[in-house]
Ligand binder design. Structure first.
Ligand code: AP5
Ligand code: MG
Ligand code: ZN
Length: 214
């Protein structure tokens, strides 16, 4: 099964991806996570990506598309994958369509998680991520078992650089302008599933599983 997890910053893509990966044994591909790893390693890609991400802007399409193309061509993706945070522009969506044709694979579902804007701001301002593995927590809604320590790898929890107020506003606007139009694009293809993201994490997960099948 190949899935796109779609939605504004903070809807819970990363949170749901972690649960879906465990249930369906498929690969999690988060472009945001790939960029953050490159930034951590201070690679040329990381330096380039950081100049956009820190301001809340999108990394240029050609960079992001070639990164994803390379990743989904790898053999582990044959068991299925979740694209988290890609595509985010019409050009990315069209290129993904071409890549799928070339590789003879298809996207089964685009899961659009929907949450009101005020709630997104509350979620992003209280988010903490693991410095080692990137897992997402929340100071109120999704606390780790031990304060400031990751449940999965015992790494320290930190605030993401782009979760400051200014970047969050830019990210939400960027989503509205450049990414939201893809809802219609995938609705027209008949593969869009709308999910109420405004419920507890486990209930969002149940709704997704109900719609895509056990
Ligand atoms: P990316 O890392 O993808 O960030 P994003 O899209 O802004 O989304 P987030 O990761 O912020 O939110 P999420 O939906 O994963 O929410 P989460 O599960 O963490 O991208 C970062 C940047 O990289 C972009 O801004 C861009 O610059 C660049 N980039 C990435 N992809 C790109 C692309 N394709 N093209 C160009 N540039 C690209 O949850 C959020 C919080 O809410 C957490 O604290 C969580 O615990 C909590 N929470 C989750 N679910 C619930 C719930 N149901 N109830 C209560 N709290 C919840
Ligand atoms: Mg995420
Ligand atoms: Zn961790």
């Amino acid at each position: 099964m190949n899935i796109i997890l779609f939605g504004a910053p903070g809807v819970g893509k990363g949170t749901q991806a972690e649960k879906l990966v465990k249930k369906y044994h498929i690969v999690h591909i988060s472009t945001g996570e790939m960029f953050r790893d490159a930034i951590k390693g201070n690679t040329p890609l990381g330096q380039l990506a950081n100049s956009y991400i820190s301001k809340g802007h999108l990394v240029p399409d050609e960079v992001t598309i070639s990164l994803v193309k390379e990743r989904i061509s790898q053999s582990d993706c044959q068991k299925g994958f979740i694209l988290d945070g890609f595509p985010r522009t019409l050009q990315q969506a069209e290129c993904l369509g071409k890549i799928c044709l070339e590789l003879n694979i298809k996207i089964d579902y685009v899961i659009d998680i929907e949450v009101l804007e005020d709630e997104l701001i509350t979620r992003l301002s209280g988010r903490r991520i693991c410095k080692n593995c990137g897992s997402s927590y929340h100071v109120v809604f999704n606390k780790p078992k031990v304060n400031d320590v990751c449940d999965n790898c015992q790494g320290p929890l930190i605030t993401r650089d782009d979760d400051n107020k200014e970047s969050v506003i830019v990210r939400l606007n960027t989503y509205k302008k450049q990414t939201e139009p893809l809802i219609k694009y995938y609705m027209d293809q008949g593969i869009l599933l709308r999910i109420n993201g405004q419920q507890a994490i486990d209930d969002v997960f149940k709704e997704i599983v109900n719609k895509i099948g056990e």
